[in-house]
Design a protein around this ligand. Sequence first.
Ligand SMILES: *[C@@H]1O[C@H](CO)[C@@H](O)[C@H](O)[C@H]1NC(C)=O
Ligand SMILES: *[C@@H]1O[C@H](CO)[C@@H](O)[C@H](O)[C@H]1NC(C)=O
Ligand SMILES: *[C@@H]1O[C@H](CO)[C@@H](O)[C@H](O)[C@H]1NC(C)=O
Ligand SMILES: *[C@@H]1O[C@H](CO)[C@@H](O)[C@H](O)[C@H]1NC(C)=O
Ligand SMILES: *[C@@H]1O[C@H](CO)[C@@H](O)[C@H](O)[C@H]1NC(C)=O
Ligand SMILES: *[C@@H]1O[C@H](CO)[C@@H](O)[C@H](O)[C@H]1NC(C)=O
Length: 470
Amino acid sequence: MNSFTLNNLFSLLFLLSFSTLTVFSHFFSPPDNYLVNCGSTVPNTLLDYRSFSGDLSSKQSLSFSSSPNSLFINNQNPLPNLPQIYHTARVFTKPTKYSFNVKDKGTHLVRFHFHAFNSSNIDLGRAQFHILVNGYVVLSNFTRFIADSERNPKVVEYLIWVDSEKVVIVFVPSKDSKLAFVNAIEVISAPKDLVPETAQYLSSGDLKSFHGLNKQGLEVVYRVTVGGPKVTPFNDSLWRTWVPDDEYLKSFVGSEKLYFGGRIKYHGGGSSREVGPDNVYNTARLIRSKNDSVPNVNMTWVFPIAGGYKYLVRLHFCDIASISLGLLYFNVYVNGYLAFEDFDLSSISDSLASPFYADFVVDGGSSLGALSVSVGPSKSSIPHVIDGMLNGIEVMKLNNTHKSLDGDVCADFVLKSRSRGNTGILLTFAAAVCIVLSLSIVIRRRIIESRESVSWSRLPMNLSEDNVKS
Ligand SMILES: *[C@@H]1O[C@H](CO)[C@@H](O)[C@H](O)[C@H]1NC(C)=O
Ligand SMILES: *[C@@H]1O[C@H](CO)[C@@H](O)[C@H](O)[C@H]1NC(C)=O
Ligand SMILES: *[C@@H]1O[C@H](CO)[C@@H](O)[C@H](O)[C@H]1NC(C)=O
Ligand SMILES: *[C@@H]1O[C@H](CO)[C@@H](O)[C@H](O)[C@H]1NC(C)=O
Ligand SMILES: *[C@@H]1O[C@H](CO)[C@@H](O)[C@H](O)[C@H]1NC(C)=O
Ligand SMILES: *[C@@H]1O[C@H](CO)[C@@H](O)[C@H](O)[C@H]1NC(C)=O
């Protein structure tokens, strides 16, 4: 046994001892679990106790290094404490494709890690690019300035429904910069219950059903734990990060934070540990009535959003504060609309500390705007007890009609604008092209096929499962 495997063994033992000491062990084991450290020759690099495989580490089978479109670079002066996966990057000067075989169809989590740095003669702060995932435009004209990166590597996350054999990710450098990069990629099967088929659609005050939620491309815009400290990937069943709510809490007169040391009782019909971890449900903010009158206040959170999209607002509740069932009643408003009236968590579960979540789809308005969530006492609220509570908020953007999460340009157009010379004229027709394309599936398929052969043929790049996981 060489020292490398010994090291691995030690980190494994360390991990195991942690998981048994705490209740946050990762029970979920995803059928597809690709963790790629891009541009790295190191076989395994740990991040959040997970092992990322270097995409240059396995023998000759990876044709990537010989591809003229892709370079790999090293950060010669990484900041101290910067995790290892951000010390290398894969750099693309032409549209380039990563392809992952899928064992298990359904929703997949796709994460990209970006940390721009200067290396020899490449300045990643100059890169500007688009990213496509299975035909969705997830990022367009994306840039990371080195100054931003020094504060934080950026991680973006998408939930993409996959009903094909592969997840195909295409990096497309913009015409001006001719440069794209990525430090790490995660492609992970999501638990089946993470994105349900239906949500409630809240518009002009009416509650309707929104069907096909799981078939939308979703971008995680905010993931917030209410009343508690940041929850890191180590303490989350799906390696997510939940940030504290303080920055978004706009009105909180009369509210208080609460931490609960007991056990969170997950139950069928409520939330699962994969939907929200213990560390999110064991903290909350609440409204408490201290005398004979129910306070007439709201707690309100406000989230800046880009207009032109629908948003999924997922609210997490867990009554960790009441002294008995049947005492807590409150109203919940999303974007000023009444989402729950006289909401009573004990009608959903017959025990306290049972987590529950609710999904609402709302329209994000037409221009830059904000999305609000308010919780406050209702007409059934009782004095001298808890009269409102919230444990977590997630805000996710839905793809628009162009199958884009970032702008009004569809994937076909992003690819086409690269393979032709005159962007100026083409851009004028961008919207028209996209609309025509989405009008007819038949026409659309033909166009995609013919374009694929043009734009992608000279960019073969397949990361087979063995290569990535080895
Ligand atoms: C990176 O290099 C470019 C020139 O190649 C320079 O203009 C820029 O200031 C450098 N940025 C940092 C943060 O060192
Ligand atoms: C990138 O930005 C340019 C200039 O602002 C814009 O015309 C173009 O449509 C954008 N491209 C994409 C793919 O969004
Ligand atoms: C995980 O959660 C526990 C309990 O809340 C906390 O003490 C610990 O610092 C967390 N670990 C990490 C790596 O965030
Ligand atoms: C109850 O307390 C609040 C402040 O916490 C105060 O504004 C209100 O007047 C009190 N009500 C009664 C009936 O004492
Ligand atoms: C709480 O917020 C809702 C929705 O914005 C609003 O209708 C209600 O009047 C607010 N209540 C208080 C006491 O501010
Ligand atoms: C998102 O894209 C799908 C196609 O995959 C489309 O059916 C759906 O209508 C789009 N969503 C919205 C809100 O436009």
